[in-house]
Ligand binder design. Structure first.
Ligand code: SAM
Length: 203
């Protein structure tokens, strides 16, 4: 692991994902998680303190990046439910079919190299009646913002492989999910090209 990936990138990701508007988004979606939960791309564990502890039987926290995982492991003692870490990408999830009540995606679908493969895997492991809860940034509706996102995207990929211009609801639907709830907005105090958020649930 290079110096940049070990020391610089985690700081950039934590700063970008730890802003007040993003914390507000976490407050909206984390209470929707229940039962046996699979968090995809848990990063440094920024979501852990937002779970409603009484609703969680167990958390599987999946994360392929060793350094992010090391940071997430260091916040485990702050939560009161069992956590098992899975050091792997979401394109192949090491869990049984129909074994998860809730899968959570926050600010991760932008980064997963093969998001469709990951979503198909999430569908496989979700129980019948299980929910995918998501909050992601992605393609904005305005043409001038879209153009800016497409332009910046190739420069921005150095930030941990983050894509600015993914169409989040289409990806979720393409994997065979039915979107039950969907809300959108530009996050306040955030550049429009980075801040268009989609959040809700799908089954
Ligand atoms: C922008 S960070 C968001 C972290 C966390 N979900 C949050 O809300 O703070 C994106 C995360 O996706 C992870 N990631 C990258 N490729 C992945 C993959 N194939 N499967 C799952 N997660 C992946 C990265 O290592 C990183 O931790």
């Amino acid at each position: 692991m290079g110096f940049y990936n070990k020391y610089i990138l985690p700081k950039i990701i934590n700063a970008g994902c730890g802003t007040k508007p993003i914390r507000k988004q976490r407050e909206k979606v984390l209470p929707l998680c229940k039962g046996i939960v699979l968090e995809i791309g848990c990063g440094s564990g920024l979501n852990f303190s937002f779970y409603e502890e009484n609703n969680i039987d167990k958390l599987y926290a999946l994360e392929p990046d060793k350094e992010m995982l090391r940071q997430a492991e260091s916040v485990v003692k702050e939560v009161n439910f069992p956590i098992t870490f899975l050091e792997t990408g979401a394109e192949k999830i090491p869990l049984e079919d129909d074994s998860i009540d809730t899968a959570l995606l926050t600010y991760t679908l932008c980064t997963i190299p093969d998001p469709l493969a990951a979503l198909l895997e999430i569908r496989r492991v979700l129980k019948k009646g299980g929910k995918l809860v998501f909050c992601e940034h992605g393609m904005a509706p305005e043409n001038n913002v879209k153009k800016m996102q497409n332009f910046i995207n190739s420069f921005f990929l150095f930030v941990g492989g983050c894509n600015l211009n993914r169409d989040i609801p289409s990806l979720i639907k393409d994997a065979g999910f039915l979107v039950d709830n969907l809300e959108t907005m530009y996050l306040p105090k955030t550049p429009k090209w980075f801040g268009y958020n989609y959040w809700g649930s799908a089954s």
